[in-house]
Structure formats: C-alpha cells, structure tokens
Design a protein around this ligand. Structure first.
Ligand SMILES: Cc1ncc(COP(=O)(O)O)c(C=O)c1O
Length: 506
C-alpha cells in the first residue's frame, strides 16, 4: 500500500475498473489504442471531430512535443500556432498607430478594431441594432463595468447564484455601497444545480419600479453545471436585468444572441482561443446599456471635456465604456481567433469535449480502492447532460478522507498534467460542495494577518479545495488516457507526505 514516504510511480497503469463503461481488459491498459477504440465505439459522434485530431498534430503539436497533458482550459484556452502566424504577419506588414487620431496609421488601427468588434457580434449572432460589443481587459473588466455603473439605489436588488465567480460576487460591494440588497440563490448538492422550483420565488420577489439585476454563469467554472438560458426570459418577465457570465461557457458552447437576449454578457477571449490574453468583451443590449451611470470619464470615453467648466460629454456607444486606448495591437488577433473557431465549428468542439468529459467522469466515478471503496468524489453532475467539460473532484483515501489537493498537484506535475486546484475563485460552489455552513464560516476569525491555511485549520475544513480538470478544443483521448494513469496513483493511498507547501490563496 503506498504511503507518505513512497514516491508515486508515474508509469503505473490504472485499475481496469477505472475505464468504467469502456470495459477495457486489464492486459490492454498499458496501450491507449484499445481504450481509445472502446471510447470511439461508445461515442460515435466523436469521429466527426477528426479535424481537431489533425489540428493537434499541427497547430497544437507543441503539447505532444513537450509531453504535456493540458487540463485547465477553464483557466485559459490554448492558441493554435496558425493564429500567431497570422497575427505576426499582420503586425510585421502593417504600421499601426494609436486609434485616437485620424492619421493613416491611426486609421489602420481603427479599421482593425472595427473589424474585431463586428466579428465579435457576428460570432455570437448578435444584431448590431440590439447589441454593442465593448472591449475590456478580460471578463472581470466586463463585469466590473456593469457593477460599477449599474444604477443601484436603496430598495433595488442584486440577485445572484451561489455558483458564481468572484468577479461576479464582487459586484455585491457596489450594490452594498449604494444601498441595494444582495440575495444569493443556493445550489443543491450533489448536482450543484439551482433548485428550479425555488428560482421563481426569488425572481418574483421584487419591489416594483426599481433597478434589479440578476447575475449567473451560463456554465459554472467550478462544477461545469450549465444553468438554464431560459432563466433569462423568465427574469425579464419579472422586470430583472440579466447579467450572464459566459466566460466558462463560450469556449465550447454556442451562445446565440438572436435566441437568448441577456442584457449583459461577459467573456474573456483567451479562454476561447488562447491568444491574445488581455482582451475581453462586454456584449450589452443597447437599451439596458443606456441605464448605466459610469462613475467617471477618461481619455477615450468622451467627445469633449473641459477644465474651466466642469462639464464633459460622453462618447456614444462602446467608446463611452472603453477607458483609455483599447488594446489595438491585440484586437486584430480576436478576429483571427474567432475565425479560427468558426472554421473548426463551435458545435464540433462541443461534441468532442462532451464525449471526452463523459470518459473523464466514468474514470472518476468508477475509481475504486482494493477494498471497493470509492477513490474519488465528483462535485456536480456525473452525467454529461446540461454540463460542460469542466469536472471538479477530489481523490479519496480508502477511509474516505480527502487526499490533500497539494499532493495531487505534486503528482500531477510529475505526470506533466496541468490541473487546477483550490476553490477556483468560486467560493459559493465550494461551500455547497463541501457542505460548509454559514455557521462554520462564522465560527472562525479570518483576521487581517491570518493565512488561509490557519483559517482552514481553525474551522476544520476537510480540504483546502477541490481539483478541476477541464477540456477544450485541443483535447484528445490520449489526454484522458494519461489522466486515467495518473488517477491510478491514488488507489490505496493511505497517507501523504508532510512537506507540502502552505496554501496561499483559495
Ligand atoms: C465563469 C467565469 N467568470 C469570470 C472569470 C474571470 O475571467 P478573467 O480572469 O479572464 O477576468 C472566469 C475565469 O476563470 C470564469 O471562469
């Protein structure tokens, strides 16, 4: 039985039960081919995604050259090499100046920014009459734009799901500062979905004639749960404005804004196609955008401002929300990236990651210690329906204790597997997954100089967080197979070393 002192055996093969419904004989698991053949039989639609196998050999060859298994697409997408080449060709051949002028090089930048904006609307099938695309540094920047400018007043409501990224949770501070009330809609374990019979109660509980904002993620960055887009219309019916955090959803799912009409949509482009980082977008419905009250003005957001007269006139449309100089050298790469996704087809990506996620879930669901006890706990839905390819879990010791996620990280590094561990900036989903009550959280003092580590110990949490594996456009079956081999390291593990690094963030 492996214990603390023993180094993990990187090349150990997985137990045959790990392959779950793929039912591959134990003698075959050293080679991925039989497992892949079984996987393909079980997921015939996967064959239609062969284009991505080709791209893996070309645009994403660096993954296999470096021996990497990349399983953190919800953290950041990967770029295809051809995207870089196209972007570099453009930069090498053109001369681009600050778009705030009218000189030729400025006009060249303006044209490229305009094209990127049109592409973003087109990609999401958003009518330019209905929506405007505002460029931001990332999804967080988009969420902040809404939070800081939403006209919250006393009596107004900010409603949000427990399952939200901290960049949405943070909007409650703007609401609080302006006297609006914040209410959280809980998720229910083990699926970590919202109780749909309960939601109408929250949506109907609003005072009339107020500004009320409802925010939720189209896909959880913690559990992969896909919350219903139907909620948008329900919320509208009851007078809510809807902020849809689509950052984790759009890299592998179609968001059609001619079908769904959220008032605000936040995304980060690097999560969709890897390059460039530093550019996100707020897609906003023009009529709701007109409600927002920006707390300041800056270069780029005004048509005119004076010093001796304390007056400024806002720039129209997106410009009013784009502070300073937009990222004009990176924005052409947004057009390239969106066209790259279009050529592959977002539905092809969706089909592929859905099948691979099912294999990942099977692996974790059927992982057993020799005594038959479960060797992993999955947080969130076990079936591939209404969920994305993001899976949160922990490995378990045979006695049911959670295996320290820092040790899992260590073993993953030895396998060259990139995973995410912790709470993934989504504390609400974590609190439900680990059944941490409000009383438990209040039972410990999180003082100024305190470390996260000592707080976790003080309130007696079972773990410092979960492990997240997420798939994306460059994922293939070999990645999942190597994950299976890695998962085998935790079978019958009774203890972990004591020299794990301290936890610094959640
Ligand atoms: C659902 C969700 N919302 C918001 C964010 C924040 O994105 P960014 O860090 O790019 O601003 C993330 C990042 O992981 C996310 O997954």
């Amino acid at each position: 039985m492996p214990t603390a002192g023993e180094p993990p055996m990187c090349a150990s093969s997985p137990d045959s039960s790990m392959l779950g419904q793929m039912s591959v004989a134990h003698s075959e698991v050293h080679s991925p081919e039989p497992a892949e053949a079984a996987f393909r039989r079980e997921h015939p639609a996967y064959a239609g995604t062969a284009l991505l196998d080709q791209l893996r050999l070309t645009d994403f060859a660096r993954l296999d050259h470096g021996g990497h298994v990349y399983l953190d697409y919800t953290g950041g997408g990967l770029y295809g090499e051809s995207q870089l080449r196209e972007h570099m060709r453009l930069l090498q051949s053109g001369v681009f100046g600050n778009p705030h002028s009218i000189n030729p090089t400025s006009a060249a930048s303006t044209e490229r920014v305009k094209r990127a904006r049109a592409c973003a609307l087109e990609f999401f099938n958003a009518s330019p009459e209905e929506y405007v695309a505002i460029f931001t540094p990332n999804a967080t920047g988009a969420l902040r734009l809404v939070g800081e400018a939403y006209p919250f007043h006393p009596g107004d409501r900010f409603l949000l799901t427990f399952d939200n990224h901290n960049s949405v949770n943070g909007i409650r501070e703007f609401a609080r500062a302006r006297g609006a009330e914040t209410t959280y809609v809980p998720s229910v374990a083990p699926e970590l979905r919202v109780d749909e019979t309960l939601l109408p109660r929250y949506l109907t509980d609003i005072p009339g004639n107020h500004h009320n904002l409802f925010a939720y993620p189209a896909q959880s960055n913690f559990s992969g749960v896909q919350h219903s887009l139907e909620w948008i219309e329900h919320a509208h019916t009851h007078g809510w404005d809807v902020l849809l955090d689509a950052a984790a959803y759009v890299p592998t799912n179609r968001l059609d804004l001619s079908v769904w009409h959220p008032d605000f949509v936040a995304i980060s482009f690097y999560k969709m196609f890897g390059w460039p980082t530093g550019v996100g977008c707020l897609l906003a419905r023009r009529d709701t955008l007109a409600k927002l009250e920006r707390p300041w003005f800056s270069g780029g957001t005004v048509v005119a401002a004076f010093v001796q007269r304390l007056y400024y006139q806002s720039a129209p449309g997106a410009a009013h929300f784009e502070d300073g100089t937009v990222n004009y050298l990176s924005l052409p790469a947004v057009e390239t990236g969106l066209r790259f996704l279009d050529r592959i087809g977002i539905d092809t990506i969706h089909t592929r990651v859905t099948a691979l996620a099912a294999a990942l879930l099977d692996t974790l669901g059927s992982l057993r210690h020799s005594d038959g006890s479960p060797a992993a706990a999955v947080y969130g839905p076990r079936s591939p329906q209404q969920r994305g390819a993001t899976v949160a879990f922990n490995f378990l010791h045979p006695d049911g204790r959670v295996i320290d996620e820092r040790y899992v990280d260590r073993v993953a590094n030895q396998h060259k597997i990139s995973l995410r561990t912790g709470c993934f900036c989504n504390p609400g989903a974590g609190e439900i997954a680990f059944t941490i009550s409000r009383e438990t959280l209040l039972g410990g003092e999180f003082a100024e100089a305190m470390t996260l580590e000592s707080y976790i110990n003080q309130i007696g949490l079972p773990s410092g967080g979960a492990i997240r594996a997420s798939l994306g456009l460059a994922s293939n079956f070999r990645d999942v197979y190597r994950f299976m081999q890695f998962a085998g390291e935790f079978i019958d593990l009774t203890s972990v070393p004591h020299d794990l690094p301290p936890r610094s963030t959640c």
